[in-house]
Design a protein around this ligand. Structure first.
Ligand SMILES: Cc1cc2nc3c(=O)[nH]c(=O)nc-3n(C[C@H](O)[C@H](O)[C@H](O)COP(=O)(O)OP(=O)(O)OC[C@H]3O[C@@H](n4cnc5c(N)ncnc54)[C@H](O)[C@@H]3O)c2cc1C
Length: 296
């Protein structure tokens, strides 16, 4: 039996630290608990939101169920000679894989260092940085479909795009198998350079949820925000960062309403000044309708 909590405060569950309360909240540590939580939402007729590391999520007040997917078991690592196969549960912090990559000198995936994602959240978003995407390393994904059936697909069968995947619309990811090639040259120097680039160009030590908007084709959302005068623009306790114009910063006590107001202003200004229509990368979660919801 899982323990559903009522009126659960959400702000500590996301990297930006904003949020009201969830009508219902549950942490799941096993597949059976996950299925039980989905059945509960179905029975109650309420929407649900799946939460991984909360590094791409901003909460308001949630009338429904928030399910926090925890790490079900430690990574299972198999040495295959010139590559490593690692099987992880969806709630595993991505940084565990990055540490493995550094220790074993594995190609590419170390570029996804520096953000507090879970592997499941990273696959759902097809997270990427510095020319690498998590999709490049996917061997298999196991998930629970919304009808309760468990399904497994090969990584190359999944339709992945720029910050998009079939999830969570196709179901809830439970297990991911990654195939990580050994590098013939040492990765440590490039790892260090990327870490420095992140530190100097992104406000990684502030309360933020990373990129607010997706980059339009051939453009940078940060540049468009900057030329539209949005860099540093503040509403209440939230602003676009002075370090990176596409990152929102919670200066302490920011509200969801302030976030929405700032985002709307930014979209209008950018449209007016540059003609581009910005689309949110960050998941804005309140009541229902935001991406990631499943109304059952
Ligand atoms: C400082 C900082 C830097 C960042 N830099 C980058 C970057 O360089 N590149 C990049 O791509 N992103 C970046 N991000 C954004 C964020 O880290 C990624 O989008 C990450 O993949 C989100 O993972 P999460 O586990 O935190 O997801 P969450 O925010 O918890 O959820 C994101 C989405 O995934 C879904 N989801 C979560 N778990 C599951 C599951 N088990 N099954 C199905 N769906 C699920 C959720 O429902 C939601 O729709 C950054 C964030 C921060 C704070």
């Amino acid at each position: 039996m899982v323990d559903f909590e009522k009126d659960y405060p959400l702000s500590n569950l996301t990297s930006i630290g904003i949020g009201g309360k969830a009508e219902y909240f549950v942490k799941v540590r096993r597949v059976e608990e996950l299925i039980e939580a989905v059945r509960f939402a179905k029975k109650e007729g309420i929407p649900l939101y799946l939460l991984g590391g909360g590094s791409n999520t901003i909460f308001g007040d949630v009338r429904g169920l928030v399910i926090k997917v925890e790490e079900f078991y430690p990574p299972r690592v198999e040495d295959m000679g010139n590559f490593i196969r690692v099987r992880v549960s969806a709630g595993t912090p991505l940084k565990e894989i990055i540490s493995l990559a550094v220790k074993e000198n594995l190609k590419g995936i170390y570029r996804l260092m520096g953000f507090p994602a879970t592997v499941g959240g990273a696959v759902a978003m097809n997270a990427g940085a510095f020319g690498a995407e998590i999709g490049d390393f996917l061997e298999r994904v196991r998930f629970v479909r919304w009808d309760g059936e468990i399904e497994e697909v090969e990584g190359n069968e999944l339709e992945l795009g720029y910050r998009t995947s079939p999830f969570p619309h196709a179901g809830i990811i439970t297990e991911i198998t990654l195939s990580l090639r050994r590098s013939s040259a040492p990765i440590s120097e490039e790892f260090r350079i990327i870490r420095e680039r992140r530190r100097s160009t992104q406000p990684i030590n502030r309360k933020t949820s990373g990129s607010t908007f997706k980059n339009p084709d051939g453009e940078k959302a940060g540049r468009l925000l900057e030329i539209s005068g949005m860099k540093g623009k503040r509403v209440g306790n939230v602003s676009f960062s002075e370090v990176h114009a596409n990152f929102l910063i919670n200066h302490g006590g920011a509200t969801f309403g302030e976030v929405l107001e700032l985002i709307e202003t930014a979209k209008e200004r950018v449209k007016q000044e540059t003609g581009y229509r910005l689309e949110e990368e960050v998941r804005l979660v309140e009541d229902c309708g935001s991406d990631g919801w499943k109304v059952l």
